[in-house]
Design a protein around this ligand. Structure first.
Ligand SMILES: [Zn+2]
Ligand SMILES: [Zn+2]
Length: 352
């Protein structure tokens, strides 16, 4: 089968590899659509293969690390012990898998599993393996497009997670810093959950347009105005009820901590990658009475089902986030395009 492999920092190659086999509790999925995510870029450009493969030994092939963690497909093989799934089912798996048995999984926090769950990998291939399949895999209703199904596995759940873990109430004001794919999902999530004023912060023209389309009332361009002072003046100098950080930079972290009102919630979903530490202003009124919530893609069967139900019944359609479509063989080119952020690229659909 064809698979995208990271052979060196910043370099991917398409290789012909054996189709994987399903071990106990596992399934093998035949991919029908996959995509590249911002997390893939951290893995590709910043983290050496030795570290990635040490974290997850089964992610290794002799040539390197198997790329990709967001995909939809049909069940190709069912391993021993899997009871909920059959060959031919159209399915997704959360991009972070839980074991279903450790203390975190029993709390419902599958994405921070310590019992052997792991990030998916190898989804940018014709076939890939999902561990603990009964816990992490959900059947996709026929009304849900491949595009929306792929997004439910990670960025939709992550962006919506920024909003629901902030416990946003009907009519709350929200500011979302950065409108990349995850930030745009947070915008759509704020609208779906009943926010009042939705302010977003973004400078790329295509992303500004998409932000308005998915629910932003006001988009602040940080190249033209200071986002924090603008947010303060839009909220009678009180700050927003919820401020979301969706890119993972010290500047946007500082932005959300200063844009939130007294008693409000700063909600973090950016991946800080190479940023080892962030700091907060203590000389602001809001410092002494607020919540800070960080979220790693809420995962597991129940979460995936809920995301798919929002799409199935027409509450949300994130299909427009797919700006480009390419063949799996062109995945290395797709990485270059995604990294460049040129041509209005948000998500790239990759099909066999
Ligand atoms: Zn992802
Ligand atoms: Zn677990």
């Amino acid at each position: 089968m064809l698979a995208c492999v990271k052979t060196a920092i910043g370099k991917t190659e398409m290789l012909d590899l054996p189709i994987p086999k399903a071990g106990p509790g596992e399934i093998v999925i035949k991919m029908t659509m996959c995509t590249i995510c911002g997390t893939d870029m951290h893995w590709l450009d910043e983290i050496p293969n030795e570290i990635l493969m040490a974290l997850s030994p089964s992610s290794a092939v002799p040539q390197g690390f198997l790329m990709g963690h967001e995909a939809v497909g049909t069940v190709h093989e069912v391993g021993p012990g899997v009871t909920r799934l059959q060959v031919g089912d159209r399915v997704i798996s959360s991009c972070l898998t839980g074991c279903g048995r450790c203390v975190h999984c029993l709390h419902g926090d599958f994405s921070v599993c310590t019992g052997g769950g792991r990030s998916l990998f190898g989804c940018e291939a014709e076939y890939f393996v999902v561990p603990f399949a009964d816990v992490n895999v959900t059947k996709v209703p026929p009304e849900v497009s491949d595009e929306n199904a792929v997004l439910a596995t990670d960025i939709m759940s992550t962006g919506f997670g920024a909003i629901d873990r902030a416990e946003l109430k009907f009519g709350d004001s929200v500011a979302i810093f950065a409108q990349g794919p995850v930030g745009l999902c947070a915008t759509a999530g704020a609208r779906a959950r009943g926010a009042g004023l939705i302010i977003t912060v973004e400078s790329i023209p295509e992303r500004i347009e998409m932000s308005k389309r998915l629910g932003a009332d006001i988009v602040i361009n940080p190249k033209e105005k200071d986002p924090v002072s603008e947010i303060q003046s839009l909220t009678d100098m009180q700050g927003v009820d919820v401020a979301v950080e969706a890119v993972g930079t010290p500047a946007t972290f500082e932005g959300v901590t200063r844009a939130v009102r007294r008693g409000g919630t700063a909600s973090l979903v950016g991946l800080y990658g190479p940023v080892p530490q962030v700091s907060m202003f203590t000389m602001t009124a809001s410092f002494y009475h607020r919540r800070i919530v960080s979220t790693l893609c809420p995962s597991g069967h129940d979460r995936m089902t809920r995301m798919l139900e929002l799409v199935r019944w027409g509450r949300v359609d994130l299909g427009p986030l797919f700006t480009h479509s390419m063949k799996l063989t062109d995945t290395p080119k797709a990485y270059d395009l995604f990294r460049s952020k040129q041509g209005g690229v948000l998500k790239i659909a990759l099909t066999p």
